[in-house]
Design a protein. Structure first.
Length: 302
């Protein structure tokens, strides 16, 4: 079952801009612009359009403006699905109504978490919740978008389905730990690559930040190893070619992310590599969401 083609341009636009917002949001943190608008929300330094006396104001206000644009797209997608819920391919299993509605609920939560982040002046716990909800929102929008294309003839096996869910779980954990590393400024607590300060495990006196950083790396290494193992396993079990191709795509994006991560650490966390690392990390999540959908599509439409 496929959603009406008229939904596709809106769904694709929503996915592209949602990805860009999540991928580029770390620029706010990297530039120290998280409180560029002070602790005001939804206003910026008490004004709807602030005085751009500082670049941090422009970055934070621009981020909020972009978030408002994505919010409008999510609302339009959900509203359109509800207004046309009686059409074939909109409601029921495999339709876009459920993921679009979920995206709307997650959007409300995201707005509230964004406000709390500003009002409480960037507490780590709320920032990570904000990131996790953003990932869930992006996944819901992506699923709605994937469902606007003709449903593939078959998905993967039940065993493949379990394997890709593990990959998605590891990917989510790696991204959340990465956000925690960034928020706690623990990026320099583990010097060198692939080891941490030349050790397989941080020294006893290295402090908690080194252990947080190392936990992020270990989960990322585990994700890479797991996806590498999925490739020959899928081929050996004769999973559909499109499923194998989705694994290869995820592996390619993940490998690029690891390379950038290594350069990031070895070169002392330069701005451009930090930005690229965040953008590729979000792209890893996109590829894993696609992989899960592609493998489990048979179950969705059964």
């Amino acid at each position: 079952m496929t959603a009406p083609r008229g939904f596709r341009p809106l769904a694709v636009a929503t996915s592209v801009f949602a990805y860009a917002l999540v991928a580029l949001s770390p620029i706010v943190r990297i530039t120290g612009s998280g409180l560029g608008c002070g602790d005001n929300w939804p206003l910026c330094n008490g004004r709807l359009i602030p005085d751009f006396h500082d670049f941090t104001v422009a970055i934070e206000w621009g981020h909020r403006l972009a978030a408002a644009g994505v919010s409008a797209l999510v609302v339009l997608l959900a509203l359109g699905a509800w207004l046309q819920r009686d059409r074939s391919g909109v409601s029921g299993r495999g339709g876009i109504l459920r993921p679009a509605s979920l995206a709307l609920v997650l959007l409300v939560a995201q707005v509230l978490l964004g406000a709390l982040t500003v009002w409480l002046e960037l507490p780590a716990a709320v920032v990570i919740l904000h990131l996790g909800n953003a990932m869930a929102l992006l996944a819901a929008v992506l699923l709605a978008t994937f469902r606007t294309w003709p449903t593939p003839a078959s998905g993967g096996s039940a065993k493949a389905g379990r394997g890709v869910l593990v990959a998605a779980g590891l990917g989510a954990l790696a991204l959340l730990l990465g956000g925690l590393v960034a928020n706690l400024h623990a990026g320099t607590s583990c010097v060198g690559f692939p080891l941490c300060n030349g050790r397989l495990w941080p020294a006893a006196g290295a402090g908690g930040l080194a252990h947080v950083h190392w936990a992020h790396r270990l989960v990322a290494y585990g994700l890479l190893a797991h996806v590498i193992a999925l490739w020959p396993a899928f081929r050996r079990r004769n999973e559909p070619p499109a499923v194998v191709a989705a694994v290869v795509l995820a592996l390619a994006v993940l490998a690029a992310h690891v390379v950038v991560a290594a350069l990031l650490v070895l070169q002392g966390l330069p701005f451009m590599l930090r930005t690229a690392h965040a953008a590729l990390g979000t792209l890893v999540w996109v590829s894993l969401v696609y992989l899960v959908w592609r493998v489990r599509v048979a179950a969705e439409t059964a």
